[in-house]
Design a protein around this ligand. Structure first.
Ligand SMILES: NC(=O)c1ccc[n+]([C@@H]2O[C@H](COP(=O)([O-])OP(=O)(O)OC[C@H]3O[C@@H](n4cnc5c(N)ncnc54)[C@H](OP(=O)(O)O)[C@@H]3O)[C@@H](O)[C@H]2O)c1
Length: 283
Protein backbone atom coordinates (compact mmCIF):
# COMPACT_ATOMS: atom_id res chain seq x y z
CA UNK A 1 0.00 0.00 0.00
CA UNK A 2 2.84 2.41 0.79
CA UNK A 3 6.62 2.50 0.94
CA UNK A 4 6.53 4.51 4.17
CA UNK A 5 7.32 2.94 7.56
CA UNK A 6 4.22 1.05 8.59
CA UNK A 7 3.10 -1.36 11.27
CA UNK A 8 1.38 -4.43 9.90
CA UNK A 9 -1.49 -5.68 12.04
CA UNK A 10 -3.63 -8.60 10.95
CA UNK A 11 -2.47 -8.09 7.37
CA UNK A 12 -3.15 -4.33 7.34
CA UNK A 13 -0.16 -2.01 6.83
CA UNK A 14 -0.89 1.16 8.82
CA UNK A 15 1.50 4.03 7.96
CA UNK A 16 3.22 5.04 11.21
CA UNK A 17 2.87 8.74 10.46
CA UNK A 18 -0.60 10.10 9.82
CA UNK A 19 -2.31 13.48 9.66
CA UNK A 20 -4.94 14.44 12.27
CA UNK A 21 -7.93 16.68 11.49
CA UNK A 22 -9.62 17.36 14.84
CA UNK A 23 -10.62 21.07 15.14
CA UNK A 24 -9.99 21.72 11.45
CA UNK A 25 -12.96 23.55 10.00
CA UNK A 26 -14.12 22.09 6.67
CA UNK A 27 -12.17 24.58 4.49
CA UNK A 28 -8.95 23.97 6.40
CA UNK A 29 -9.56 20.22 6.53
CA UNK A 30 -9.96 20.00 2.74
CA UNK A 31 -6.94 22.22 2.07
CA UNK A 32 -4.67 20.56 4.62
CA UNK A 33 -5.60 16.98 3.71
CA UNK A 34 -4.79 17.71 0.06
CA UNK A 35 -1.51 19.40 1.10
CA UNK A 36 -0.61 16.55 3.44
CA UNK A 37 -1.05 14.02 0.66
CA UNK A 38 1.03 16.20 -1.68
CA UNK A 39 3.78 16.36 0.95
CA UNK A 40 3.74 12.57 1.26
CA UNK A 41 1.47 11.63 4.18
CA UNK A 42 -0.44 8.45 3.41
CA UNK A 43 -2.66 8.25 6.48
CA UNK A 44 -5.54 10.58 7.41
CA UNK A 45 -7.50 10.56 10.68
CA UNK A 46 -10.99 11.98 11.08
CA UNK A 47 -14.19 11.22 13.01
CA UNK A 48 -17.94 11.72 12.60
CA UNK A 49 -17.69 14.07 15.59
CA UNK A 50 -15.23 16.41 13.83
CA UNK A 51 -17.94 17.41 11.31
CA UNK A 52 -15.34 17.47 8.56
CA UNK A 53 -15.62 14.00 6.99
CA UNK A 54 -17.00 15.40 3.72
CA UNK A 55 -14.17 17.96 3.55
CA UNK A 56 -11.60 15.24 4.29
CA UNK A 57 -13.07 13.17 1.44
CA UNK A 58 -12.88 16.23 -0.86
CA UNK A 59 -9.24 16.80 0.16
CA UNK A 60 -8.38 13.22 -0.78
CA UNK A 61 -10.21 13.59 -4.11
CA UNK A 62 -8.34 16.88 -4.79
CA UNK A 63 -5.01 15.12 -4.22
CA UNK A 64 -6.02 12.18 -6.41
CA UNK A 65 -7.10 14.54 -9.19
CA UNK A 66 -3.85 16.47 -8.93
CA UNK A 67 -2.01 13.17 -9.41
CA UNK A 68 -0.33 13.21 -5.97
CA UNK A 69 -1.76 9.94 -4.76
CA UNK A 70 -4.13 7.08 -5.52
CA UNK A 71 -7.03 6.40 -3.14
CA UNK A 72 -5.73 2.89 -2.48
CA UNK A 73 -2.44 4.37 -1.21
CA UNK A 74 -4.16 6.35 1.57
CA UNK A 75 -5.04 4.85 4.95
CA UNK A 76 -8.28 6.54 6.08
CA UNK A 77 -9.64 6.27 9.62
CA UNK A 78 -12.94 7.53 11.00
CA UNK A 79 -14.79 6.94 14.27
CA UNK A 80 -18.24 6.17 15.63
CA UNK A 81 -19.44 8.72 18.18
CA UNK A 82 -20.64 7.42 21.57
CA UNK A 83 -24.23 8.57 21.02
CA UNK A 84 -24.44 6.02 18.20
CA UNK A 85 -23.36 2.85 20.01
CA UNK A 86 -26.69 0.99 19.83
CA UNK A 87 -26.62 -1.51 16.95
CA UNK A 88 -28.95 0.29 14.53
CA UNK A 89 -27.49 3.71 15.33
CA UNK A 90 -23.95 2.45 14.84
CA UNK A 91 -24.75 1.01 11.43
CA UNK A 92 -26.67 4.16 10.49
CA UNK A 93 -23.79 6.47 11.46
CA UNK A 94 -21.27 4.29 9.68
CA UNK A 95 -23.31 4.50 6.45
CA UNK A 96 -23.48 8.27 6.97
CA UNK A 97 -19.70 8.44 7.45
CA UNK A 98 -19.14 6.45 4.24
CA UNK A 99 -21.51 8.83 2.40
CA UNK A 100 -19.81 11.90 3.93
CA UNK A 101 -16.33 10.69 3.00
CA UNK A 102 -17.36 9.35 -0.39
CA UNK A 103 -15.05 6.44 0.39
CA UNK A 104 -15.11 3.27 2.42
CA UNK A 105 -12.79 3.95 5.37
CA UNK A 106 -9.90 1.59 6.00
CA UNK A 107 -10.47 1.72 9.74
CA UNK A 108 -13.52 2.41 11.89
CA UNK A 109 -13.00 3.04 15.62
CA UNK A 110 -15.30 3.24 18.63
CA UNK A 111 -14.43 6.80 19.71
CA UNK A 112 -14.58 6.29 23.53
CA UNK A 113 -15.56 3.32 25.69
CA UNK A 114 -19.10 3.55 27.05
CA UNK A 115 -20.77 1.42 29.70
CA UNK A 116 -24.22 1.44 28.04
CA UNK A 117 -25.15 -0.16 25.67
CA UNK A 118 -23.15 -3.26 26.52
CA UNK A 119 -19.80 -3.98 24.89
CA UNK A 120 -21.48 -7.12 23.45
CA UNK A 121 -23.96 -4.99 21.50
CA UNK A 122 -21.45 -2.38 20.34
CA UNK A 123 -18.69 -4.78 19.38
CA UNK A 124 -21.26 -6.96 17.63
CA UNK A 125 -22.46 -3.98 15.59
CA UNK A 126 -18.89 -2.91 14.77
CA UNK A 127 -18.21 -6.41 13.46
CA UNK A 128 -21.44 -6.25 11.43
CA UNK A 129 -20.30 -2.97 9.88
CA UNK A 130 -17.07 -4.63 8.80
CA UNK A 131 -18.86 -7.74 7.50
CA UNK A 132 -21.19 -5.48 5.46
CA UNK A 133 -18.15 -3.87 3.82
CA UNK A 134 -18.67 -0.45 5.46
CA UNK A 135 -15.03 -0.49 6.64
CA UNK A 136 -11.99 -2.64 5.94
CA UNK A 137 -10.87 -2.97 9.54
CA UNK A 138 -12.09 -2.08 13.03
CA UNK A 139 -10.58 -0.88 16.28
CA UNK A 140 -11.14 1.18 19.42
CA UNK A 141 -10.08 4.49 20.88
CA UNK A 142 -9.47 5.57 24.49
CA UNK A 143 -9.91 2.04 25.88
CA UNK A 144 -7.89 1.31 29.07
CA UNK A 145 -6.15 -2.11 29.12
CA UNK A 146 -8.93 -4.03 30.87
CA UNK A 147 -11.64 -2.73 28.52
CA UNK A 148 -9.35 -3.23 25.50
CA UNK A 149 -8.98 -6.91 26.46
CA UNK A 150 -12.73 -7.29 27.09
CA UNK A 151 -13.56 -5.69 23.75
CA UNK A 152 -11.17 -7.97 21.87
CA UNK A 153 -12.58 -11.03 23.65
CA UNK A 154 -16.04 -10.03 22.33
CA UNK A 155 -14.88 -9.20 18.80
CA UNK A 156 -14.46 -12.00 16.24
CA UNK A 157 -12.43 -9.58 14.08
CA UNK A 158 -9.11 -8.24 15.33
CA UNK A 159 -9.23 -4.74 16.82
CA UNK A 160 -6.22 -3.48 14.91
CA UNK A 161 -5.50 -0.36 16.95
CA UNK A 162 -6.37 1.45 20.17
CA UNK A 163 -6.07 5.20 19.52
CA UNK A 164 -5.20 6.98 22.78
CA UNK A 165 -3.53 10.12 24.08
CA UNK A 166 0.24 9.58 24.06
CA UNK A 167 3.17 12.00 24.03
CA UNK A 168 6.34 12.53 26.09
CA UNK A 169 4.39 13.69 29.18
CA UNK A 170 2.45 10.42 29.50
CA UNK A 171 3.52 6.91 30.48
CA UNK A 172 1.78 4.13 28.55
CA UNK A 173 3.62 0.93 29.51
CA UNK A 174 0.53 -1.08 30.42
CA UNK A 175 -1.48 -0.24 27.33
CA UNK A 176 1.49 -0.86 25.02
CA UNK A 177 1.97 -4.28 26.64
CA UNK A 178 -1.76 -5.04 26.23
CA UNK A 179 -1.62 -4.08 22.55
CA UNK A 180 1.37 -6.37 22.03
CA UNK A 181 -0.38 -9.28 23.77
CA UNK A 182 -3.51 -8.76 21.69
CA UNK A 183 -1.59 -8.54 18.41
CA UNK A 184 -2.85 -4.98 17.99
CA UNK A 185 -1.21 -1.54 17.85
CA UNK A 186 -1.28 1.85 19.55
CA UNK A 187 -2.07 5.10 17.74
CA UNK A 188 -1.06 8.28 19.56
CA UNK A 189 -3.47 11.22 19.56
CA UNK A 190 -2.21 14.64 20.62
CA UNK A 191 1.26 13.27 19.80
CA UNK A 192 2.70 16.79 20.15
CA UNK A 193 0.85 17.38 23.44
CA UNK A 194 -1.09 20.02 21.45
CA UNK A 195 2.08 21.99 20.81
CA UNK A 196 3.49 21.95 24.39
CA UNK A 197 6.56 20.00 23.25
CA UNK A 198 7.87 23.09 21.42
CA UNK A 199 9.34 24.63 24.59
CA UNK A 200 10.69 21.43 26.16
CA UNK A 201 14.41 21.84 26.90
CA UNK A 202 15.25 18.11 26.63
CA UNK A 203 13.63 17.90 23.20
CA UNK A 204 15.34 21.13 22.09
CA UNK A 205 18.73 19.72 23.17
CA UNK A 206 18.21 16.36 21.44
CA UNK A 207 16.94 18.20 18.38
CA UNK A 208 20.13 20.26 18.20
CA UNK A 209 22.19 17.07 17.95
CA UNK A 210 20.17 15.87 14.95
CA UNK A 211 19.32 19.23 13.36
CA UNK A 212 15.64 18.67 14.16
CA UNK A 213 12.84 20.54 15.97
CA UNK A 214 11.18 19.38 19.23
CA UNK A 215 8.14 18.34 17.17
CA UNK A 216 10.25 16.18 14.85
CA UNK A 217 12.09 14.60 17.79
CA UNK A 218 8.76 13.79 19.47
CA UNK A 219 7.23 12.22 16.37
CA UNK A 220 10.42 10.22 15.77
CA UNK A 221 10.31 9.00 19.40
CA UNK A 222 6.77 7.71 18.80
CA UNK A 223 7.35 5.94 15.52
CA UNK A 224 10.59 4.40 16.84
CA UNK A 225 8.35 2.65 19.40
CA UNK A 226 6.18 1.37 16.51
CA UNK A 227 3.45 3.70 17.76
CA UNK A 228 1.40 5.37 15.03
CA UNK A 229 1.41 9.20 15.34
CA UNK A 230 -1.24 11.51 13.84
CA UNK A 231 -0.13 15.15 14.38
CA UNK A 232 -2.47 17.93 13.32
CA UNK A 233 -1.65 21.36 11.94
CA UNK A 234 -3.43 24.04 9.95
CA UNK A 235 -0.10 25.23 8.48
CA UNK A 236 1.59 23.75 5.41
CA UNK A 237 5.10 24.57 6.72
CA UNK A 238 4.38 22.62 9.92
CA UNK A 239 2.92 19.71 7.97
CA UNK A 240 6.22 19.62 6.02
CA UNK A 241 8.23 19.85 9.25
CA UNK A 242 6.26 17.03 10.87
CA UNK A 243 6.75 14.79 7.84
CA UNK A 244 10.53 15.24 7.81
CA UNK A 245 11.33 12.54 10.38
CA UNK A 246 12.53 9.62 8.30
CA UNK A 247 16.21 10.57 7.99
CA UNK A 248 17.48 10.31 11.57
CA UNK A 249 17.46 7.82 14.43
CA UNK A 250 17.26 8.51 18.17
CA UNK A 251 19.73 6.55 20.29
CA UNK A 252 18.42 4.29 23.09
CA UNK A 253 19.72 6.88 25.57
CA UNK A 254 17.83 9.69 23.82
CA UNK A 255 14.67 7.55 23.76
CA UNK A 256 15.02 7.05 27.54
CA UNK A 257 15.57 10.78 28.19
CA UNK A 258 12.26 11.47 26.42
CA UNK A 259 10.46 8.69 28.34
CA UNK A 260 11.71 10.37 31.54
CA UNK A 261 9.61 13.49 30.76
CA UNK A 262 6.41 11.61 31.71
CA UNK A 263 4.57 12.77 34.85
CA UNK A 264 1.49 11.46 36.70
CA UNK A 265 -0.53 14.56 35.67
CA UNK A 266 0.57 14.67 32.04
CA UNK A 267 -2.85 13.83 30.58
CA UNK A 268 -4.44 16.64 28.51
CA UNK A 269 -7.80 15.35 27.30
CA UNK A 270 -9.80 13.23 29.73
CA UNK A 271 -13.39 12.51 28.73
CA UNK A 272 -13.52 8.93 29.98
CA UNK A 273 -16.88 7.49 31.10
CA UNK A 274 -16.81 7.41 34.93
CA UNK A 275 -17.49 3.64 34.73
CA UNK A 276 -13.88 3.18 33.58
CA UNK A 277 -10.43 4.10 34.88
CA UNK A 278 -7.17 4.78 33.12
CA UNK A 279 -4.39 2.27 33.77
CA UNK A 280 -2.49 3.05 36.96
CA UNK A 281 1.04 3.67 35.71
CA UNK A 282 2.44 5.30 38.85
CA UNK A 283 3.04 3.80 42.30
N1 LIG B 1 -9.48 9.56 19.44
C1 LIG B 1 -9.57 10.67 20.13
O1 LIG B 1 -10.31 10.74 21.14
C2 LIG B 1 -8.78 11.85 19.73
C3 LIG B 1 -8.67 12.96 20.61
C4 LIG B 1 -7.89 14.05 20.20
C5 LIG B 1 -7.26 14.02 18.97
N2 LIG B 1 -7.41 12.95 18.11
C6 LIG B 1 -6.74 12.88 16.78
O2 LIG B 1 -5.34 13.15 16.97
C7 LIG B 1 -4.95 14.25 16.17
C8 LIG B 1 -3.79 15.00 16.80
O3 LIG B 1 -4.11 15.44 18.09
P1 LIG B 1 -4.37 17.00 18.44
O4 LIG B 1 -4.92 17.66 17.26
O5 LIG B 1 -5.14 17.01 19.71
O6 LIG B 1 -2.96 17.58 18.87
P2 LIG B 1 -1.41 17.60 18.34
O7 LIG B 1 -1.28 17.03 16.98
O8 LIG B 1 -0.61 17.05 19.46
O9 LIG B 1 -1.14 19.16 18.32
C9 LIG B 1 -1.75 20.03 17.42
C10 LIG B 1 -1.34 21.45 17.81
O10 LIG B 1 0.08 21.55 17.77
C11 LIG B 1 0.49 22.56 16.86
N3 LIG B 1 1.63 21.99 16.11
C12 LIG B 1 1.61 21.18 15.02
N4 LIG B 1 2.85 20.82 14.64
C13 LIG B 1 3.69 21.43 15.51
C14 LIG B 1 5.09 21.46 15.65
N5 LIG B 1 5.89 20.80 14.80
N6 LIG B 1 5.64 22.19 16.65
C15 LIG B 1 4.84 22.87 17.52
N7 LIG B 1 3.49 22.88 17.44
C16 LIG B 1 2.93 22.17 16.45
C17 LIG B 1 -0.71 22.87 16.01
O11 LIG B 1 -0.78 24.26 15.74
P3 LIG B 1 -0.86 24.86 14.22
O12 LIG B 1 -2.14 24.36 13.63
O13 LIG B 1 -0.83 26.32 14.49
O14 LIG B 1 0.35 24.34 13.52
C18 LIG B 1 -1.89 22.48 16.89
O15 LIG B 1 -2.28 23.57 17.70
C19 LIG B 1 -6.26 15.05 16.05
O16 LIG B 1 -6.20 16.04 15.05
C20 LIG B 1 -7.26 13.95 15.81
O17 LIG B 1 -7.20 13.51 14.46
C21 LIG B 1 -8.14 11.86 18.51
Amino acid sequence: MTDQPAITVDGHAIPLLGFGTWMLEPDDARRMVAEALRIGYRHIDTAWLYRNEAAVGDGIRDAVQAGHVRREDVWLTTKVWVDHFQRDALLRQTRESVANLGFTPDLLLLHWPKAEPSFEETLGALNEAQAEGLTRAIGVSNFPSAEFRQAQALSPARLITNQVEYHPYLKLSKLKAAARELGSSITAWSPLAQGKIADEETLIQIGRIHGKTPGQVTLRWLIQQDVVAIPRTAKVSRAEENFDIFDFILTPEEMDRIHALATPDGRIGDWIDPAFQWDQEWG
